[in-house]
Design a protein around this ligand. Structure first.
Ligand SMILES: Cc1cc2nc3c(=O)[nH]c(=O)nc-3n(C[C@H](O)[C@H](O)[C@H](O)COP(=O)(O)OP(=O)(O)OC[C@H]3O[C@@H](n4cnc5c(N)ncnc54)[C@H](O)[C@@H]3O)c2cc1C
Length: 629
């Protein structure tokens, strides 16, 4: 793809049909569709274009990229308000100096409490560029419930499927090349054991053929009862021939093809502007600051506060800043709980108490084991973009055929169990358990370097889908748009507890840990594949009873699919923020399209649901604009 193509002349225009703020999973596809339909569209992105940055393109760098200071925002959040519980997490971070941190217990005197690191991407393509590439399509129920809640049947799963087909016009999806696994049979032994734990019979003397068959199974295949079926599957990735491809590339192609899409990177929106002269306030544009790394969450934030500017939207403004930033932008612009806005001296445009509430996320937990020997598939992989990174050289110099391009063509997670726990809130599967050769224990500064410090670890990760906790909040910390907001997830007992919700979610995760251990136990059945013994480091052999496992989960669980802070809902719900056409209630000319729109956290992995919402929003906006032409 060419270097980022918009000219200075394009940057100087100050009025567009649509202004979209944020170029991630929500904003990116929408802006492309609007431009392809002929509307003069401006896409504003706080981050840079990441052009030529291999951290983005190499799937094996899916964790390295989250450490790239040019691409990341370090958001710090609270899992618990109770600081005794919060600080039981070995990932709890204290600030000891500028960009200097202490992680875990016994901080030095004077260290400032920060909380838990929540990685976010700030660049063209948003957090999609630094996610793990995993593509699992939503469950029908995710959309059917929005249709039931709002009475808008265009949200019914049967209608939403067409947006998936639209996405596949621009999004390549491929699993890890299974021939890579043949290069490391001791690693493959874990994946075979995972298949047995998932309920398959795998011949102990010739397990590979059976694993090969299972790797042909896509969790997205439109089979009957797909959402309910437990099993063992390949992990589909948003990539083409071993190279990450997603929203960023779609945006670049849309511009290169000559559609009227202008992209302003390094442009941070501070406020939505309104015309309040009519009966209803109408969004007319946005104010911004132009400059690199302006948000204080950027590790490269310095003294610059950017060059102010503003732009007008003839038709509409669409906010797609993500679960944390969209409520922040709305509140700073006067849309949100009146009392909170008044506390910061922000004039209230519309009192919408639901903005920044209802935040949901998944819980994720690990079981980490350490072997005596290295996994050979990682030989030569230093994960650091340096000339000595032989796996990078292999990735750069070889074609994508029979594993020739090597380990970096994968995100390291080739297989996944989908299971339904006894505590699931719906008939859908609610546990995704996937394994790989790394020592990932959640997010903290330097988490990736820690995860691959040696090549001896294997881990199973469990991700709880359809969680019940909706008690998370995003509140203003100050009226300065460059300050990150105050984010409280209110995990487990501090969150939604009605009907034992917290205990049910915890129970599902206890089962997930036991299932991971079952897979580790089944490893012993396949000595034919070789490998050295291992010891369990986390939770560790002393953690055995449900109560002990439950406490381990409460102490270490993390999330990375935060959502639902500007929920769609009916007018009868005072906490609903958007109508079913993504309109911000009570004002005209303003919509939200990103992870924050969902009333309930969708599916197992979230990006597919956001892409689908983005395609739907494009349909809605284009149809309305054409009707009003
Ligand atoms: C480490 C990690 C791994 C993940 N792995 C997966 C995975 O494998 N599969 C999956 O399905 N999901 C995954 N996710 C989640 C998924 O990537 C996100 O949920 C998704 O990208 C959110 O989309 P969004 O549009 O809401 O926000 P984002 O994609 O974060 O996009 C928001 C954009 O808005 C910009 N922005 C914000 N505020 C402003 C402002 N004021 N002015 C201008 N621009 C602004 C930001 O810079 C950003 O680029 C992962 C997330 C993380 C953090």
């Amino acid at each position: 793809l060419p270097a980022f193509p918009n000219s200075q002349a394009a940057r100087d225009v100050d009025e567009f049909d649509f202004v979209v703020v944020g170029s991630g999973a929500g904003g990116g596809p929408l802006a492309c569709r609007l431009a392809k339909a002929g509307f003069n569209t401006l896409l504003i992105e706080a981050g840079g274009d990441a052009n030529g940055n291999l951290n983005v393109s190499v799937p094996g760098y899916q964790a390295v990229v989250t450490q790239d200071p040019t691409l990341r925002w370090d958001i710090f959040v609270n899992h618990y308000k109770n600081q005794t519980q919060a600080k039981r997490d070995p990932k709890y971070v204290y600030e000891t100096g500028h960009n200097e941190y202490h992680v875990g217990p016994s901080p030095p005197p004077g260290a400032k409490d920060l909380g838990i690191l929540y990685p976010r991407g700030s660049m063209l393509g948003g957090s999609v560029n630094h996610n793990a590439l995993i593509w699992i399509t939503p469950h029908d129920r995710d959309f059917d419930t929005i249709a039931q809640l709002t009475g808008d049947n265009s949200w019914a799963a049967s209608n939403m499927k067409k947006y998936l087909l639209k996405i596949y016009q621009w999004l390549p999806v491929m699993p890890t090349d299974p021939t890579i696994l043949l290069r490391d049979l001791p690693l493959t032994r874990h994946l075979v054991a995972g298949a047995e734990a998932a309920g398959y019979s795998v011949p102990v003397l010739s397990p590979l053929a059976r694993l090969g068959q299972l790797l042909l199974q896509s969790p997205n295949a439109p089979v009957p009862n797909r959402d309910f079926v437990e099993g063992y599957f390949q992990v589909p990735l948003t990539m083409k021939f071993g190279e990450r491809q997603a929203v960023r590339e779609y945006i670049l192609r849309t511009v290169a093809e000559g559609h009227p899409l202008t992209v302003r990177t390094n442009t941070f929106v501070t406020k939505i502007k309104f015309d309040s002269s009519g009966p209803k306030p109408r969004a007319t544009g946005v104010d911004y600051l132009q400059g690199e790394y302006l948000y204080k969450a950027s590790p490269l934030h310095g003294t610059s506060s950017g060059t102010p500017g503003s732009v007008r939207a003839k038709r509409e403004v669409i906010i797609a800043g993500g679960t944390f930033n969209t409520p922040q932008i709305l509140k700073l612009s006067g849309i949100g709980p009146a009392r909170e806005l008044q506390r910061f001296g922000i004039p209230v445009i519309k009192n919408l108490p639901g903005v920044g509430t209802n935040m949901m996320d998944r819980y994720e937990v690990p079981v980490n084991v350490k072997h005596e020997s290295d996994f050979s598939v990682l030989d030569g992989c230093t994960f650091d973009l340096k000339p000595h990174d032989l796996c990078l050289k292999q990735w750069q110099e070889n074609p994508y055929i029979f594993a020739a391009r090597g380990a970096y063509t994968s995100n390291g997670l080739a297989t996944m169990m989908l299971q339904r726990s006894s505590f699931a809130s719906t008939p859908d599967v609610d546990l995704s358990i996937f394994g790989g050769p790394l020592n990932f224990q959640g997010y903290f500064p330097g988490w990736h370097d820690f995860s691959v410090r040696d090549h001896k670890h294997f881990s199973w990760y469990s991700l709880k889908a359809h969680t019940r906790n909706r008690a998370g909040t995003v509140e203003l910390r100050s009226s300065n748009p460059l300050d990150q907001p105050l984010i409280n997830f209110n995990y487990f007992h501090e969150g939604t507890t009605a009907g034992g919700a917290d205990r049910l979610d915890l129970g599902a995760l206890v089962q997930a840990i036991r299932k991971s251990r079952e897979a580790l136990g089944d490893w012993a059945n396949y000595p034919v594949l070789g490998g050295t013994p291992f010891v369990e480091e986390n939770p560790g052999p002393s953690v055995q009873t449900d109560e002990q496992i439950g406490q381990f989960i409460k102490d270490v669980a993390w999330g990375h699919h935060a959502a639902c802070t500007c929920p769609i809902g009916p007018d009868s719900d005072p906490m609903a923020v958007l109508d079913s056409d993504f309109r911000v209630k009570g004002v005209d000319g303003l919509r939200v399209v990103d992870a924050s729109v969902f009333p309930d956290i969708p599916g197992v992995f979230i990006q597919s649901a956001i892409f689908m919402a983005s395609e739907k929003a494009a349909d809605v906006l284009i149809a309305e604009a054409k009707a009003n032409a």
